[in-house]
Design a protein around this ligand. Structure first.
Ligand SMILES: Nc1ncnc2c1ncn2[C@@H]1O[C@H](COP(=O)(O)OP(=O)(O)OP(=O)(O)O)[C@@H](O)[C@H]1O
Ligand SMILES: [Mg+2]
Length: 215
């Protein structure tokens, strides 16, 4: 039976105004779920709540069997480092270092190794000896996706991972991510504005009127 990777219950959060309430959500192994919604409706905030970065005003998030917001900061750090693959809107690569060095940082920390095949699939193998600052935005994005996958995470949280890629490269990145979760019994929560990317996922939800609805 497949394991529940993430289970959120009755989640609510406000900043200046109420973003959402009563959000229930769960993610199983090998499952990919897309979240869509208008700009500013709270998608990134919800992804940050699911992925250990923002404690919600109300509700609980259980991730890989842990009650996330009952944990100490060191325990959260360990889960982020070992089990989560975070692909957020800003990618945190070290600009002065080579692409290959950026990948090695992640794999040394997690005890994994960088697979040549992954670099070939993402069409970045030839870029390994270039400095990050010399690469295009879309090349940097693919390096950061390779870095995340090289860690072998159990859950991928991706916020617009194909946002600044052309359609062909966007499809390539999506197929690499989807193959990864199948092969590794992982799961993915993806925020996107692109319905064709959302359609490649197993489930789609719309965040609208402060609620999350399947569609
Ligand atoms: N740390 C914060 N402090 C105060 N307000 C915040 C914070 N983060 C987000 N907000 C506000 O919450 C609202 C939702 O932001 P969020 O980034 O979750 O939207 P989004 O749905 O991801 O939008 P987009 O599609 O443009 O990325 C916005 O009005 C934003 O200004
Ligand atoms: Mg956002």
């Amino acid at each position: 039976m497949s394991q529940t990777l993430l289970k959120a219950t009755s989640v609510a959060h406000s900043f200046d105004y109420k973003l959402f309430s009563d959000i229930d959500f769960d993610l199983q192994e090998q499952e990919s779920i897309a979240i869509l919604g208008r700009s500013g409706c709270g998608k990134s905030t919800l992804l940050h709540i699911f992925s250990s970065f923002i404690a919600p005003d109300e509700g609980e998030v259980h991730l890989l069997g842990h009650n996330l917001y009952g944990l100490k900061e060191e325990e959260l750090e360990a889960i982020r480092c070992n089990d989560l693959g975070i692909i957020f809107q800003a990618h945190y690569l070290f600009k002065g270092m080579k692409a290959v060095e950026n990948l090695e940082i992640a794999t040394i920390l997690s005890g994994e190794s960088v697979e040549d095949k992954l670099l070939e699939r993402l069409e970045i193998k030839e870029l390994m000896n270039q400095k990050i600052g010399e690469l295009s935005g879309g090349q940097q994005q693919r390096i950061s996706i390779a870095r995340v996958l090289s860690k072998k995470p159990k859950i991928i949280f991706a916020d617009e991972p194909t946002g600044n890629l052309d359609k062909e490269t966007g499809n390539l990145v999506m197929s690499v991510l989807l193959e990864y979760i199948q092969k590794n019994n992982a799961g993915m929560v993806l925020v996107t504005h692109d319905e064709s990317m959302a359609n490649l996922c197993n489930k789609r939800y719309l965040l609208e009127n402060r609620a999350l609805e399947a569609f």
